[in-house]
Each structure stands twice: as structure tokens, then as C-alpha cells.
Design a binder for this molecule. Sequence first.
Ligand code: SAM
Ligand code: SF4
Length: 326
Amino acid sequence: MMKDGFGREIDYLRISVTDKCNLRCRYCMPKQGVEVLPHEEVLTLEEIFRVVRIMESLGVKKIRFTGGEPLVRKNLVKLIGDVNGLAGISDIAMTTNGLLLEGHIDALKQAGLKRVNISLDTLEPSVFEQITGYDGLARVLAAVDAALDRGMQVKINCVPCRELNDGGIEELAGLAREKAVDVRFIELMPIGCGKNFHGISSEEILERLERQNGAAKKELPTGQSETAQYYAFDGFQGRIGFISPMSHKFCGECNRVRLTVDGQLKLCLHYDNGLALKPLLRQGAEDDEIRERIAAAVKEKPRAHSFSDKTAQEHEEQRKMVQIGG
Ligand code: SAM
Ligand code: SF4
């Protein structure tokens, strides 16, 4: 078991497998894109697997693949299969924009992917195109159905922004009425392009949904480290969830670290400090040395983010969300 300096058990690794993306969501990525890393700076799938294997031996149980868009990375299915073969890993999930999901769904399921979070901010095709720069809503909705059809657990993640999708929040929440999916609203964080928009608080959205659908029943905490607070509405098949990093910090229960595409073990979303694993991986370090360095780095995990503090802070993350993976 790996604990940080505040006694939090770290058993969850989020892996960004690419900094490339086939969409340009306005709160995440500039229209012109970001400069992607040269090929040699990106961890190979073998290097990623080695890090996962070492972290499994330190007690990591849960893996999430993210990006950029994870499904643009070639041979990701093979990596998922390899990770699924590690006895200590009990949960493998992915966060995707869904565009390429339908075509890969059977291979992903066979490789061991059990759960998928699909990012979707609107059910209005023209608004989808305005937000993402691409006319792809129908493909994402087809991917939702394909994943459900294969028995996967599906969660929809929406980032409500005043300037982008405010008018369609209630309609999007209705997906949880029609389908067995949880729809989760994530408060916009002031990272990268997110600073250019205004998020909508979880409290406001809950109020709006209760006005439309009647009072919701708040779910009791499961005891597991869960960042979302869930609610049940009468007549809904799925739940409505709120992830509220801005209005209700959940740092006290944070159980996660991140592996960036260039091999940094990143300790907190808000800060850029961490351990550069790539030199260790490429300069002949033994597993034991890497294990010790990771355990030592995790001890330095910051206590909490401070997104609401507007003054410039030491080690504040300057990368865009597409480069970190959310
Ligand atoms: N491309 C994949 C996708 O869109 O699901 C994975 C990477 S994306 C960066 C992961 C999640 O971060 C998405 O659900 C996206 O909506 C969310 N996100 C991006 N920028 C954000 C911000 N500033 N605040 C909160 N969430 C953000
Ligand atoms: Fe790409 Fe995901 Fe960012 Fe949208 S949110 S630009 S799909 S990385």
C-alpha cells in the first residue's frame, strides 16, 4: 500500500497515452491545436506498461486511460490487455470523446475494459459542432449505445459552461432517464483554455433539474474514494452525478496520481511537480530503484488544489487540459 505525506492511500493511476486529439473542445484546447510532443518524447506502450507493473506492486489497483483522445493512440487495445493481465489491477476504465469508440468497442471489451466515461456536453448537433469544432454528435451517441449494448458501464461527463451549453443541460440530463447511463456534471476548472469560460456550479444545476424533475434523492457515500456525489430522480434509469472541484473540494480523499504522455508522474492536477520517469526508464534504472523513487515522490503530493486563489502560485500547471488528460 502506498501512502502520501498526508496518509492518503494512493491506489489510482490515470494515464495519458497521447497528447493528440481529434476534437477541439473550446474549454480544453486552442482552435489551432497545441504543439504535440516529438515522437521520441512520448512514452512507448512498453514503457507505460512497465510503470503500471511497478505501480501495481506498490498497491495501485485502478487504472484509467485518457489523453488527449486515448483512442487515437495505436495499439492501445494491446496495452489494455496487458494491464488487464496484472493480478493486482481490479479496475480498468477509459475517458474518451467517443468519436472512435464504436469501431473499437468489441476489441476493447475483449481486452478487459469494463467501464467507459464518454465526454458529451450537449445533445444539440449544432452546439456540439460549436463546442468541439466537428459535426460528430451522431457518432458519439452511437458509441454510447454500442457500449451499453456490450454490457459496459457507461458514464456521460459534461462540463457546463455559461457561454457554450447552458441552454441544453436539462436535455442532456434526460439521457439518464432514457438510458441506463449516469450523467455527471463536472465544474469547469481554471486550467488552460478553461480560464476563458465561466463554469456553472453543481448547486445551480441540481436546483434546475429538481425544478424540472421533482426532488432528487441524495445517495449516501459508498466509503470508496468517489469524487462524484450522485442523486436519483424518480423515473430515471441512471443517476445524476456532480463532480464539484470548485465548490466542494474533494482533495482530502484524493487517491490518485497521473502519468503524463512524456512520462512525468504528476501528483496533483493543479501543480506541475512530480517525478520525471522517462530518464529512469531510458537510462537503465532497475525496477527496485524506480519503485523507491515513485514511493518517495508520492510522499510529496500536495495537500490540495487552490484553484480559487487567483494569485500566481509556485509550480502552477501551465499545460492545457488536453496535455494532462483531466
Ligand atoms: N479526450 C478525452 C475526453 O474528452 O473524454 C479525454 C481527455 S479530456 C481532457 C478529459 C475530460 O476533461 C473531458 O471530460 C473534458 O470535458 C474534461 N475537461 C477538459 N477541460 C476541462 C476543464 N478546464 N475543467 C473541467 N474539465 C475539463
Ligand atoms: Fe479533446 Fe477531450 Fe479536450 Fe475535447 S476534452 S479537446 S475531446 S482532449
